[in-house]
Ligand binder design. Structure first.
Ligand code: GTP
Ligand code: MG
Length: 469
């Protein structure tokens, strides 16, 4: 009863209606205006506090989602194909995200082309400047000297190199050459390219014209029109038998460089070029740091959606120290190890790539923080191994202990056994299963089937562990 009396309204309204609730901070002398200000301040404070409560709730929810989600880490040396596998994940399970990024990859592909042109011109320069080099005249021996041809090419392509310099400055101010371009993980560089594109006034109109114009940048940063205008000259350069001859001697592995698109130039240097899925997967840009992608996989039934967090890292030696903080709490590691027995690391040319992968694998297997994680080994770049062995390159020339047949199956089994031995010897728990697949990240269909299988296996185990089945 007492409580009721307390809450009883006064029988006659007070002169100042804002003074009803004395407890709220009002004073007897408060004017109507002061009361309005006070109430407004109180309302704002209440809204702020509600906002903070919501934020705390949201971050709790996000933490809870992360705890329940599946965490996958992509590891392996530089150029092993980690970012390419991530793109395959996006294409298979987050196609809208992949679609959104397509225009960004167009610029990367164009930069990849400019890098190849620079490498070709560099080889020609070396050839013509070397005292021993026999002076051959590319293209037209009767009217032009080799040096004049080179000068003409440099001059006609100079606007392209100007745009390249602008783009490199924009994406990674510390770089000076697209061939060394390394972007920080995270979406910073993609946002920069996107912002450039959004400034483009032609990015309006129908959805098709919008899609096309969204793949172009502002003029000072867009190589498209110059690539189109110089297409015939660049093709002439790339297809010249004399240039091929020089490249064979001076840059014999140019075709194997990551992000090599010269054979696709006629298709790419066109006004309405939109990168195909395959182009996007083959586009090359080095990762620096760590990048996490979040996918939601829709499962049957309400509340059955699963969050996947996939982390991609930069693989060069100097970056490996930054991996450890991401080892905590991961369910699976996809470890990429191309069987590149004849290659050396870019960052240390004394180190064989395959040896480096084996040592890295040993480190990962023995890491106690990863004791509960599934390790899934991908012998990536199978297509490269196949063509290497088919071209007659002998494993025993590079791996002195190897004295077996030089075919794909035997070579793969030999290295699989070596990786398995390390796995068994160094895993904290010797019962941890050894899983190894031969992959080619540029084979989109096969990757989609494999990643679906991997995803389901990880998910099943995750649900079992979470006692959710
Ligand atoms: N032929 C072939 N090329 C591949 C394969 N996987 C990746 N690549 C190419 O190899 C290059 C390097 O691949 P990335 O995925 O960027 O390598 P990464 O491991 O992320 O390298 P970092 O970011 O430097 O650590 C790219 O141009 C890919 O298109 C493959 O299976 N076969
Ligand atoms: Mg990468």
């Amino acid at each position: 009863m007492k409580a009721k009396e307390k809450g009883k309204l006064p029988s006659s309204p007070p002169a100042n209606p804002y003074q009803v609730s004395k407890w709220s901070g009002a004073t007897d002398s408060e004017t109507e205006e002061e009361a309005q200000v006070r109430i407004q301040v109180m309302q704002e404070a209440a809204n702020r506090s509600k906002g903070i409560d919501l934020m705390i709730q949201e971050s709790k929810k996000e933490l809870d989602r992360r705890r329940k989600g599946v965490k996958i880490l992509l590891l392996g040396q530089s150029e092993s194909g980690k970012s390419s596998v991530l793109k395959n994940f996006q294409l298979a399970f987050a196609p809208r995200y992949f679609e959104n990024e397509r225009p960004i990859w167009k610029t990367v592909i164009q930069l990849n082309i400019i890098s190849s042109i620079k490498t070709i011109l560099e080889a020609l320069k070396e050839e013509y400047e070397s005292a021993e080099g026999h002076l051959v005249t590319p293209v037209d021996s009767s009217s032009q000297s080799a040096q004049r041809f080179l000068r003409r090419m440099r001059l006609s392509l100079s606007p392209l190199f100007f745009i390249e310099a602008n783009l490199v400055k924009l994406l990674a101010p510390e770089c000076t050459d697209s061939r060394d371009l390394t972007v920080r993980a995270g979406n910073g560089w993609k946002a920069l390219l996107r912002a450039q594109r959004n400034h483009n006034p032609s990015a309006t109109g129908t959805s098709i014209s919008r899609r096309r114009s969204q793949t172009t940048l502002g003029n000072e940063n867009d190589p498209s029109s110059i690539l189109v205008a110089q297409r015939d000259d660049i093709l002439e350069l790339w297809q010249s038998p004399e240039v091929r001859e020089i490249l064979k001697r001076r840059r014999p592995h140019i075709r194997e460089h990551p992000g090599f698109f010269m054979d696709d130039l006629a298709r790419i240097a066109t006004p309405n070029y939109i990168p195909t899925d395959h182009d996007v997967i083959r586009a090359r840009i080095r990762t620096m740091g760590v990048e996490e992608s979040h996918f939601v996989l829709e499962r049957a039934g309400p509340g059955m959606n699963t969050d996947f967090y996939i982390t991609d890292v930069g693989g060069s030696r100097s970056q490996r120290a930054s991996w450890a903080p991401f080892f905590d709490d991961v369910q699976a590691i996809l470890f990429l190890a191309p069987l590149a027995f004849n290659q050396v690391l870019d960052e240390d040319r004394r180190v064989n790539r395959l040896e480096d992968s084996l040592y890295l694998w040993k480190d990962i297997c023995s890491n106690k923080l990863l004791a509960n994680a599934n390790l899934i080994l991908f012998f990536n770049k199978r297509d490269v191994l196949v063509s290497l062995l088919e071209s007659g390159v002998q494993v025993k020339k590079y791996v002195t202990t190897y004295d077996l047949a030089n075919d794909v199956a035997t070579v793969t089994k030999y290295f699989r056994d070596r990786f398995r031995t390390y796995h068994k010897k160094y895993s904290p728990d010797s019962t941890r299963p050894f899983m190894c697949y031969e992959t080619s990240a540029i084979d989109i269909k096969a990757m989609s089937v494999l990643l679906t299988g991997v995803r389901e296996a990880i998910l099943r185990q995750h649900l079992r562990e979470g006692d959710m089945l």
